[in-house]
Design a binder for this molecule. Structure first.
Ligand code: NAI
Length: 389
């Protein structure tokens, strides 16, 4: 199958690798020759590393490389059956590219966007045939992360949705179908992981390292929230939070934190700038400060972990309540899109729905902020003595 990828940056080049590995013929397009060259060199490096690890051989490397051609003319994507756009997050620019693309491709070509924060309906509206538009949202790094969110817009036809799910499943990815709402599943449900941790820090309850350590040691999260924000980049993570907050008409639950804003403004972006919540050497490795070694206060750690966890569970329950996705897809999204150790709804069952409601009410009683309102679904489940699974 011929696939066109628009934008050869971080995401576009990763998606190209996924499609090419699955045997698709990929054309990777970018307006910037430098970006195309970089994508080509980066793939060569990645494939060499896979050879070193014994995961692929030379024949496989050649096969994957031969499946990708690097093009600088949008017209070259004319024979695509599916195009996935991964360019700058700017609606006007995306719309321009899409309306031009539509003049080249055949009527049955699916036109998808990898956008993280724009509505698929708004992108689809730029097309003559909006029913062919769908959101296909990969996670970074695309070749490693199992999850892909597929998001039908209001305009998307059933056939386009089904065909997209089929193609992405053929690429050996786990599909979670999400409603076209801000943050889709992962970027909505994951907000408290960052937001509540930042809030705990801002209240002066604990330092970054203590919060990270609590969530890792008690929750089994692979990375703590501050490590993860440093990894993603405080500029990128802050922008996602701000966008989601605005898109939800300023629901206080998604309110960004000044701490992160200041870190982004100061250029303390994290790993990529050498400094974030932690310091990094020139190879992006964390410079361990001696004060991060202090022994963990178990009670404090438990308090931190429970508070962040219940906020995450509440968000996941509310996403289900509002029909953003099925319970199975919500749990899959978090385990396969951001490597959570457990699905949040399964975690809620394990902790007990009573525990979740009581914990949320405890927070609400303490703060009287709408941010801590318990999802009506959790409350109903408690009343009816139900579990998610
Ligand atoms: P990037 O900045 O690494 O790459 C964007 C590429 O698009 C650049 O190579 C640029 O030259 C090219 N480009 C810009 N305007 C263009 C145009 N008019 N025509 C053709 N090429 C153009 O960006 P990244 O991180 O790959 O993100 C791309 C998209 O993917 C965005 O919509 C973003 O929201 C989404 N996304 C990003 C994730 C991430 O973690 N970076 C995760 C999931 C989605």
């Amino acid at each position: 199958m011929n696939i066109g990828i628009i934008g050869s940056g971080t995401m576009g080049s990763g998606i190209a690798q996924v499609a090419a590995t699955s045997g698709c013929k990929v054309k990777l397009y970018d307006t910037n020759q430098d970006a195309l060259d970089k994508a080509k060199t980066a793939l060569e490096k990645i494939l060499n590393r896979l050879i070193e690890k014994g995961r692929i051989d030379d024949t496989e490397k050649n096969r994957i490389q031969n499946n990708i051609s690097y093009v600088d003319n949008l017209k070259d994507l004319a024979d695509s059956k599916l195009t996935i756009e991964a360019i700058v997050e700017n609606l006007d620019i995306k719309k321009k590219v899409f309306s031009e693309l539509e003049t080249y491709v055949s009527d049955d070509c699916i036109i998808a966007s990898n956008t993280s924060s724009l509505s698929i309906a708004s992108i689809a509206a730029s097309l003559q045939k909006p029913e062919r538009c769908v959101g296909i949202h990969f996670f970074n790094p695309a070749p490693l992360m199992k999850l892909v969110e597929v998001i039908p817009a209001l305009q998307t036809s059933k056939e386009v949705l089904e065909k997209s799910i089929q193609i992405i499943s053929d690429w050996k990815k786990t599909v979670a179908v999400a409603k076209d709402t801000p943050g889709f599943i992962v970027n909505r449900v994951a907000r408290p992981f960052y937001g509540e941790s930042l809030r705990i820090y801002e209240e002066g309850l604990a330092e970054f390292a203590t919060i990270d350590h609590s969530l890792k040691s008690l929750g089994g999260f692979r990375m703590g929230p501050f490590e993860l924000m440093d990894f993603i980049g405080n500029d990128v993570n802050y922008t996602v939070t701000e966008t989601v907050f605005a898109a939800f008409y300023f629901d206080p639950r998604y309110k960004p934190a000044f701490t992160q804003k200041r870190f982004a403004e100061a250029g303390y972006l994290g790993r990529k700038s050498g400094k974030g919540y932690y310091d990094y050497d020139e190879n992006g490795r964390r410079v361990i400060q001696s004060d991060s070694e202090e022994p963990l206060n178990r009670d404090l750690a438990k308090q931190i972990f429970n508070r962040v966890l219940v906020m995450l569970i509440n968000e996941a329950a509310d996403a289900l309540f509002l029909n953003i996705a099925s319970a199975a897809d919500i749990d899959n999204a978090m385990t396969k899109g951001v490597n959570y150790p457990k699905g949040l709804l399964a975690w809620a069952d394990e902790k007990g729905i009573d525990w979740c409601v009581n914990k949320m009410d405890e927070l609400y009683n303490e703060y009287h902020e709408d941010r801590y309102r318990c999802s009506p679904l959790l409350r109903k489940m408690k009343r009816e003595n139900k579990t998610f699974f």
